[in-house]
Design a protein around this ligand. Structure first.
Ligand code: FPP
Length: 263
């Protein structure tokens, strides 16, 4: 059995605790294939995927990652068979209710982005309770993207800004990148440093399109239900092996640290 890495043992695993990504975003993909490949219903893969969510949240908290964003249900996912959607919603509600105590114990704050109003009333209620109860927690912020579409998030931001202009609160010349960032669902959350996508697909699938402008992307063939501590450590190792330049020229580690601080 694998020993969970404490901060101290991270260095033994080849990871520098001082250079962890502040924000990790994950496109959790491959639940259906994982289940079908084993002769099970797709929903069984989602259930196992929920266990991966628990493991990665716990590990992120333990090693000191500050923000974890999970693509749990896209706007496009509404197009799946009704039974699968229903089962996913049930799973989500169960996750929220059974994990609340652990979130409080582990100082985890929960946030949601996406068109939450489209979710079933009982799921909305469970989300509201979890977000409200955990709002003062400071250890790790977990953002669930639900009924989420990055293009729709950007369109909503444009509508918000247009209304501010209409009311005379803003002149168009004042609209900056910061104005847009502050009008997105992710306002106040730093951009992801690392985006992980499981199951080998090489696309962004309408996830955090504005926010990932300078994010490092890690793609693994591993299907989400199999993505556990060892895989996460590998993603962190590869992240740290890369040189982030943010479009500039970097001359050594001191410059790298300065760029990280500025971004
Ligand atoms: C992608 O796999 C995954 C999803 C659409 C849903 C993600 C849901 C979970 C991980 C479980 C519950 C979530 C939480 C937050 C408790 P897929 O079905 O698209 O897989 P496929 O590409 O193999 O068909």
């Amino acid at each position: 059995m694998m020993v969970k890495p404490s901060c101290a043992s991270l260095s033994i695993q080849g990871i520098d605790p001082a250079r962890l990504p502040r924000h990790v975003a994950i496109i959790m993909d491959g639940n259906g294939r994982w289940a079908q490949g084993r002769g099970f219903e797709r929903i069984y893969g989602h259930r196992r995927g929920k266990d991966s969510v628990k493991a990665i949240v716990e590990m992120s908290r333990e090693i000191g990652i500050q923000y974890l964003s999970l693509y749990a249900f896209s706007e496009e996912n509404w197009g799946r068979p009704a039974a699968e959607v229903k089962a996913l919603m049930r799973l989500l509600k169960r996750y929220l209710t059974t994990e609340l105590d652990r979130m409080m114990k582990n100082d985890v704050r929960l946030l949601v982005i996406g068109n939450v109003k489209k979710l079933p009333a009982d799921v909305q209620k469970a989300l509201k309770v979890s977000v409200e109860t955990t709002r003062r927690n400071k250890g790790l912020t977990v953002t669930l993207a639900l009924s989420y579409s990055a293009r729709e998030e950007i369109a909503a931001a444009v509508r918000t800004i247009a209304k501010q202009v209409e009311r005379g609160e803003l002149v168009p010349e004042e609209i900056s990148e910061a104005t847009i960032a502050q009008s997105l669902g992710t306002a106040g959350i730093p951009d992801p440093d690392l985006l992980i996508r499981t199951s080998g697909e090489v696309r962004l699938s309408n996830f955090l399109l504005w926010q990932v402008a300078y994010t490092e992307i890690y793609i693994t063939e591993t299907l989400w239900p199999d993505f556990r501590e060892a895989e996460f450590l590998e993603a962190l190792r590869q992240f740290q092996a890369r040189e982030r330049r943010f479009g500039r020229v970097v001359d050594g580690r001191a410059d790298q640290a300065r760029l990280r601080a500025a971004n």
